[in-house]
Design a protein around this ligand. Structure first.
Ligand code: C5P
Length: 241
């Protein structure tokens, strides 16, 4: 998928209340492609904040990472798909093939069917933290295997780190959507993220969408931080860096 640099950028509105999220969304209007509502904001503010963002004209990535038995996930995905403005939503690939197929079936009646993607391996995991969960081997190999499973279930794409992106592209093809968090501009704090990449590196590796939270939301000047990232993406797309 080819889209203008700023449209590839999704900003994670990870706030504990709707006011700061809506305020930042207002300031970002026209500058990025989508906003992300995750479990923190959704738990605090519920579907109302999604409706408010949709009324402002935003396309929304509803990042609730469902992971439950197939029937429950099908119902949750169906409810999410009925919310206005939701263009992208996700489940955990570790929920398995039947769960992902049920999730896809849950979207059948949605009028504007959002794209459904699966989280492969959280970008906050490294090999050691995966091993402690009983999952042995490099995170990359696990992420590629889960991407294949998501594709087999009929999902539109995956959430993955930039590290395994090229391999997933090769195995799952060009049209398989890739959404990449764990993005850190050079010099930004890594915080709890492990498998990170710069915006330019993620784009060059083939990301359709980049998800960025704290490097923007915690910046002293979030608009300036956004503009700097968009400039980096433009330069990467035109081969200037
Ligand atoms: O602040 P930061 O840029 O690390 O935010 C990344 C965002 O992407 C968070 O909202 C996090 O929940 C989300 N995310 C992630 N890793 C995934 C899926 C989503 O970091 N695998």
């Amino acid at each position: 998928m080819e889209a203008a640099a700023h449209r590839r950028l999704i900003v994670a509105l990870d706030f504990p209340a709707p006011a700061p999220a809506l305020d930042l969304a207002r300031r970002l209007a026209g500058r990025i492609g989508m906003v992300k509502v995750g479990s923190e904001l959704f738990t605090a503010a519920g579907p109302a904040v999604v409706r408010q963002l949709a009324e402002m004209g935003w396309k929304i990535f509803l990042d609730l990472k469902f992971h439950d038995i197939p029937t429950t996930v099908a119902g949750a995905v169906a409810a999410a798909g009925r919310l206005p403005g939701v263009r992208l939503l996700n489940v955990h690939a570790l929920g398995g093939l039947a769960m992902m197929r049920a999730a896809r079936a849950g979207l059948k009646r949605s009028r504007h069917r959002p794209k459904l993607v699966a989280v492969t391996v959280l970008t906050s995991h490294d090999a050691d933290s995966l091993r402690r969960c009983g999952i042995v081997g490099p995170p990359q190999r696990r992420a590629v295997a889960l991407a294949r499973l998501a594709q087999r279930a009929g999902l539109d794409g995956v959430v993955c780190s930039a590290r395994e992106l090229a391999r997933i592209r090769k195995v799952c093809g060009k049209r398989f959507l890739t959404v990449v968090p764990g993005i850190r501009p050079a010099g930004a704090a890594r915080a709890d993220q492990q498998r990170i990449a710069t915006p330019a590196a993620a784009l060059r590796a083939g990301a359709d969408y980049l998800v960025i939270g704290r490097p923007i939301t915690r910046a002293r000047d979030p608009l300036a931080a956004t503009e700097a990232i968009v400039a980096e993406l433009k330069a990467a797309l035109t081969g200037r860096i």
